[in-house]
Design a protein around this ligand. Structure first.
Ligand code: GLA
Length: 741
């Protein structure tokens, strides 16, 4: 039983294999309090942690200081306007113009398994995998019911929370804020980690001490965004990869979000995450309900690394649905950086000819194949083939590619509309815009109003028709600009504040229809690189393009931040040409290959034009991918050293679940003199097993220093480590393969 209710103490106890979460009910008013979240404990009688025996006590004992209680009690789901000044999780606007509410416990239910959340991405699990607690609370004055759900994935060591609101009152009510969770805790010298970035520099790790007042991250771009990320971790300030307490919080949503932490006068922390309340309202008519996006909580007593591995397991097994999640993905070659818009059937077939010889398995035709698109200034929305570029049509091209032994994939940007398009000429009001204001363009394009069912239907039918017209086995779904000018010709004024969230529901519906009608399709999400890399998207696609920056060095930081939360199997990573198209750096082809091996692996270059010595390395890289990808996709990930921190070298490893095999990647970004060797202490191995070590990519000089004939115990490798000889030069990489002897 992972969920128990102790009636006498009025305590809910939720246990995973290593963590415990406790909720308490107090006072005659049935306040729902947060009791505990931390390492697993046997005892349930911990209600004293809510401090109701101390001043100011509960309101029935001390009505004089009710507000002091409201402002100090550790609330499980704080409400607006009645004296809790620490910021709230939910606020409303009633027909009378009031904004306050109070939630009291009414009843609860414990069920096996987990119900899906209609229209939204969410984790899933069978009756054996998980148990769910639903606490029904209500505001008696408004007749507003709020159901707090907690699903416990006991073996995985994670808890998924969501919030459902039902208007059972006699009037319509407007929700003005609905966060997905709140976590009230005592501050313990915590640090805060968030992921920060920009276009071509996504998800760099940002760590700083939690301090008084508000701090957090958010998006108002209609997507999770390049800049900030719907994830944060609160951790003890001495926590590192292997030790210390860490609370990881990840929102399963792809639109506007807000994550905020507030340290108050009493040194307690209130952490929340959910839909950004700015630009959000939701009219709940009598009898209607609203569900906020799900949030996943992971507690680790063994540092950041353990949190990471828990997220990886949860997302791989209980979020990603694609049949590809357990499969090796075809090695693709994408023509974007090879040709940009300047391609035709002959050029693509020439790339396919060469790619086939080298062992590449799929050709992806990127932007520019539709309407009359020769640049970014036209044709989005006109999803029919540009015959001048592709004479004979798509079917001819795909058949020819298939004949060469390659699969075929295609790029779409279904959410967009170019002013120069037949679609815009026919339906100018389908572009998101505010009446009487000219909408602003980004990358020469507008965004389609996906809050309108007829727009969703039309887009879907065009995409679906293309997919049916030829043997297309992969789709790259792009989204190349943020939302702005939020106005819909179809929404009444009182619902205009729903637009951002309704837009996301439209996107989710489109992707759900796509994977339902084409269940074998490999879908990769993308947004100007990695602007929408989030758990919401992973529910529909097993992989997401990490970044338009494919430079091997920049990718170390991007992939380190991404892999802190997301499985390596989900990170779109390719080898591209040099000088790198995003930042002009030149790195060895081999190193680009080692770095891309940490993700889905593929190529983003014109294989007919790259230097011959680079081309000659491709078959070897293909072989490496096939040798190591099962391990990389399914294994446990350990971070050993971070180039972002030490500014010299990067090192990480993946260990198979049975600990018989491991792969270490070492990249020396900057060469350094007089450091004869570096000691790398491996992680995650079985101390009792003996292992053999072999190297790939190491130069002969360094190779001499290793004895590959002997075996090493896991204990030795993890405690004493191995010596990495200094590679000669900058940007050098090597793989160290470890196998049980
Ligand atoms: C985005 C993607 C690129 C490419 C272009 C095409 O920037 O991230 O990979 O598909 O769009 O316009």
């Amino acid at each position: 039983m992972s969920i128990q209710y102790f009636e006498k103490e009025r305590i809910f106890k939720l246990d995973t294999c290593a963590s415990t979460y406790m909720i308490g009910i107090v006072d005659e008013e049935n306040f729902i309090g947060h009791v505990y979240f931390g390492p697993r404990i046997k005892e349930h009688d911990a209600g004293y942690l809510m401090r109701t025996a101390e001043l100011p006590h509960v309101p029935t004992r001390n009505g004089r200081d009710r507000l002091a209680f409201m402002d100090t009690f550790p609330m499980e789901y704080p409400t607006h306007g009645l004296g809790d000044y620490r910021d709230d999780a939910i606020a409303v606007r009633t027909v009378n113009g009031n904004s306050a509410l109070q939630l009291s416990y009414v009843s609860h239910e414990i069920i096996q398994g987990k119900k899906p959340i209609k229209g939204l991405p969410a984790t899933f699990g069978s009756d054996k995998d998980c148990q769910t607690l639903e606490i029904l609370s209500t505001d008696k004055v408004l007749g507003l019911d709020v159901i707090l759900s907690y699903t416990v994935f006991e073996d995985v060591d994670a808890v998924a929370r969501s919030v459902r609101i039902i208007n059972n009152g006699s009037d319509d009510i407007c929700l003005t804020k609905v966060m997905s969770m709140c976590l009230d805790m005592d501050n313990d010298n915590f640090d805060l980690i968030t992921l920060h970035g920009s276009w071509a520099r996504e998800r760099h790790i940002n760590r700083r001490p939690l301090t008084y007042g508000f701090q957090g991250v958010s998006s108002l771009k209609g997507e999770s965004g390049h800049q900030e990320h719907p994830f944060f971790a609160i951790l003890s300030n001495n926590a590192d990869q292997d030790k210390g307490e860490v609370y990881g919080v990840s929102l399963v949503y792809s639109g506007n979000f807000k994550a905020e932490c507030y340290v108050n006068q009493f040194d307690s922390v209130r952490a929340m995450i959910g839909i950004n309340p700015e630009d959000f309202t939701w009219l709940l008519k009598k009898g209607e309900e609203f569900t906020a996006p799900e949030v996943v909580l992971v507690h680790s007593s063994e540092g950041i690394g353990k949190m990471t591995r828990t997220f990886h397991d949860l997302f791989r097994n209980h979020l990603i649905r694609s049949p590809y999640k357990d499969l090796k993905r075809p090695i693709l070659i994408n023509n974007w950086e090879a040709t940009y818009f300047d391609f035709n059937t002959d050029k693509l077939l020439a790339i396919a000819d060469e790619a086939a010889k080298l062992g590449i398995e799929m050709l992806v035709m990127d932007d520019g194949w539709f309407g009359h698109r020769d640049f970014d200034d036209s044709s989005l929305g006109d999803w029919y083939v540009y015959e001048d570029k592709l004479p004979g049509g798509l079917k001819y091209l795909v058949d020819e590619v298939n004949k060469r032994g390659l699969k075929f994939g295609i790029w779409f940007e279904p959410e967009m509309i170019s002013p120069d398009s037949d679609l815009y000429r026919a339906h100018p009001d389908w572009a998101i815009q505010i009446r009487n204001r000219k909408p602003g363009m980004a990358r020469n394009q507008y965004v389609l109003d996906l809050t309108r069912p007829e727009v969703v239907d039309h887009v879907y039918s065009m995409v679906s028709a293309i997919l049916k017209s030829a043997n297309i086995e992969y789709v790259k779904w792009d989204m190349n600009r943020p939302l702005a000018d939020m106005g819909s010709a179809a929404l009444p004024p009182e619902r205009m504040g729903e637009m951002f969230h309704r837009y996301m529901l439209g996107v989710y519906e489109l992707q759900e229809r796509l994977i339902t009608e084409f269940p074998g399709l490999l879908l990769e999400n993308c947004s100007g690189g990695g602007g929408r890399f989030d758990p919401g998207m992973l529910y529909y696609s097993p992989q997401i393009w990490c970044s338009d920056d494919t430079d091997a060095v920049e990718r170390l930081s991007i992939q380190e931040g991404t892999a802190m939360v997301y499985p390596l199997s989900s990170m779109g990573a390719h080898v591209s040409d040099c000088p790198n198209h995003a930042l002009g750096r030149i790195t060895p082809f081999a190193t680009r290959g080692y770095v891309a091996l940490a993700g889905t692996f593929g190529y983003e270059l014109d294989v007919t034009k790259i230097p011959e010595e680079d081309r000659n390395m491709i078959p070897g890289q293909v072989k490496m991918y096939h040798k190591y990808n099962d391990l990389v996709r399914m294994g446990d990930y350990y971070r050993i050293a971070s180039y972002s921190e030490n500014k010299e070298y990067d090192c990480y490893m993946v260990v198979s679940k049975d600990k018989t095999e491991a792969l270490v990647t070492f990249i020396q970004v900057l060469g350094s003199v007089n450091k004869h060797s570096r000691r790398i202490r491996l992680k995650g191995l079985d101390p009792e097993k003996d292992y053999r070590i072999s190297f790939e990519g190491i130069d002969d000089r360094a190779k001499e220093e290793f004895d590959t004939d002997r075996t090493y115990s896991g204990e030795l490798l993890m405690n004493a480590g191995i010596l990495i000889a200094r590679p000669w030069g900058d940007f050098k990489g090597m793989l160290i393969s470890i196998t049980e002897a």
